[in-house]
Design a protein around this ligand. Structure first.
Ligand SMILES: Cc1cc2nc3c(=O)[nH]c(=O)nc-3n(C[C@H](O)[C@H](O)[C@H](O)COP(=O)(O)OP(=O)(O)OC[C@H]3O[C@@H](n4cnc5c(N)ncnc54)[C@H](O)[C@@H]3O)c2cc1C
Length: 107
């Protein structure tokens, strides 16, 4: 295990000298990676969302949002890919080449 931690995590002998050193090493090295989404959800209802199905921000004019924040509920897939699709769809909408369908109705 000692060798594995050194090889894979790059911990030196000093970091693994005793339990207290390991605790310090772990506290310093461990981090989380989050995939935040849905903080400005797309919805048909201004009361429960921030953007409509054409990415317009409710209560504003000329403002659209197209990023992970508009995802209505947590996706069971790559958020990066989902964001790329959101971007592609908004680009088509703005270019006038999108099909006339509501994303929310299809979800
Ligand atoms: C460490 C890490 C690992 C990840 N690994 C994966 C993975 O393996 N697979 C996966 O699917 N997803 C992964 N993700 C998640 C994925 O990267 C995000 O879900 C996705 O990039 C979100 O896209 P976004 O457009 O919402 O935001 P972002 O990609 O964060 O884009 C926001 C953009 O807005 C710009 N910006 C911010 N403020 C301003 C401002 N005031 N003016 C102008 N521009 C501004 C920023 O510079 C940035 O370019 C990972 C995320 C992290 C942090």
């Amino acid at each position: 295990m000692h060798g594995y931690v050194q090889r894979v995590l790059g911990a030196d002998d000093l970091s693994l000298a005793d339990d207290a050193s390991v605790d310090r090493y772990v506290a310093k090295q461990v981090q989380t990676a989050h995939h935040p989404s849905g903080t400005a959800a797309m919805s048909a209802d201004p009361g429960s969302g921030v953007v409509d199905s054409t990415w317009r921000v409710f209560g504003t004019e000329g403002l659209r949002m197209a990023d992970a924040s508009i995802i209505p509920s947590s996706v069971r897939a790559s958020t990066n890919l989902t964001c790329m699709i959101i971007g592609e769809r908004v680009a088509r909408l703005l270019a006038g080449t999108a099909r006339k369908e509501s994303v929310v109705e299809r979800v």
